[in-house]
Design a protein around this ligand. Structure first.
Ligand code: ZN
Length: 331
């Protein structure tokens, strides 16, 4: 920071210092949503936010913060500390993002975004675009909750999951086993489990991945498309060559599919254990301008643009959302 600012901060009491810092450089928070749906059914992974709650979140954000679009966010990255001196009382900047690439982002979230003048990033799993198959975690949910394994229970590799285990526990146990697999082994494991449970998995109209035409409609509304790898693997568990293919391949695929620039990446799962330095290096090498994780923090001051923080949002009422937001961004 320039000397004048540092001097002011040194002389001012802590509360005033914070307030000054905030006026000069309000925080930028990035929100991570997954799905927006008209009504919430079974939602084992807590990915869904109701359209009603999402609209409440957006209305509150519009009043209390400044919603920024992907282009403005990217423009701020790497600029000096005073480049964005606030002229609006230091309201936090907020960028909305969606992970995975569900069609409901376009069908249900986009009208609410548009209504509130907001532009968001949709991080699409490139291999799922136009697919009629369910995302793997949804397929696993269908298998466990609808399936009837034999008396000896579910079997995966050398592990047996008792048939009388409550479905939520069986799902968690199987999810843990499937998570680190590469996409081919994962497909084989799911096919085997579906067979054991006598279930045919499919993506229905409510949980299907986005189509190319829907991605184009999303972009035509002023929103951005980012990548979420090719097959939504846990990158930290993959071989070096696979990490590069998942990350660079997704950018190439989505650019070819849509004809649009793909500048941003979100790591699948996104916690510190799910991606590593190899993934960050691959994101850099592939030409992404930044990459997002799923851990709390102010993206404005993040030094590492390849592990930018985001706040995961659940199906909270407007009131609960506002209360949570204030803990992320205290006055
Ligand atoms: Zn994801």
């Amino acid at each position: 920071m320039p000397p004048s600012t540092r001097e002011s901060e040194t002389l001012a009491p802590r509360g005033a210092r914070r307030s000054l810092r905030r006026r000069l450089a309000p925080p930028t928070l990035v929100l991570a949503y997954h799905r927006v749906v008209p009504s919430i059914g079974a939602d084992v992974n807590q990915l869904c936010v109701s359209a009603e709650n999402f609209a409440e979140h957006l209305r509150w954000l519009r009043a209390a913060c400044r919603l920024i679009g992907p282009r403005e966010f990217l423009g701020q990255l790497g600029r000096g500390p005073l480049a964005g001196v606030a002229l609006d009382g230091g309201r936090p900047r907020v960028l909305v993002t969606f992970d995975d690439g569900y069609a409901d982002n376009v069908l249900h979230a986009l009208p609410i975004l548009t209504e509130n003048g907001a532009q968001a990033i949709l991080f699409a799993t490139s291999g799922a675009v136009d697919s009629t198959e369910a995302f793997w975690w949804d397929a696993l949910e269908q298998i466990v909750y609808r399936g009837h394994p034999s008396a000896s229970g579910w079997r995966l590799a050398d592990v047996a999951i008792p048939a009388d285990l409550p479905p939520a526990e069986a799902y968690t146990a199987l999810h843990r086993l499937v998570l680190p697999l590469d996409s081919q082994s994962r497909a084989a494991a799911l096919a085997d489990l579906a067979d054991q449970g006598g279930v045919t998995t499919r993506a229905d109209e409510h949980s299907r991945p986005v189509t190319r035409d829907e991605l184009l409609a999303w972009a035509a509304a002023g929103c951005d498309i980012g990548a979420h790898t090719r097959t939504h693997v846990q990158l930290s568990a993959q071989r070096d060559d696979q990490v590069a293919i998942e990350i660079a391949g997704a950018r190439r695929d989505l650019q070819q599919l849509t004809g649009l620039a793909i500048d941003t990446l979100a790591y699948p799962f996104g916690t510190g254990g799910d991606f590593d330095e190899r993934a960050e290096a691959a994101a850099r090498a592939a030409g992404y301008r930044c990459a997002f994780a799923n851990r709390a923090g102010n993206a404005r001051w993040a030094r590492n643009h390849y592990a930018l923080p985001r706040h995961l949002v659940r199906n909270w009422s407007g009131q609960e959302f506002a209360a949570r937001f204030m803990t992320w961004c205290p006055p």
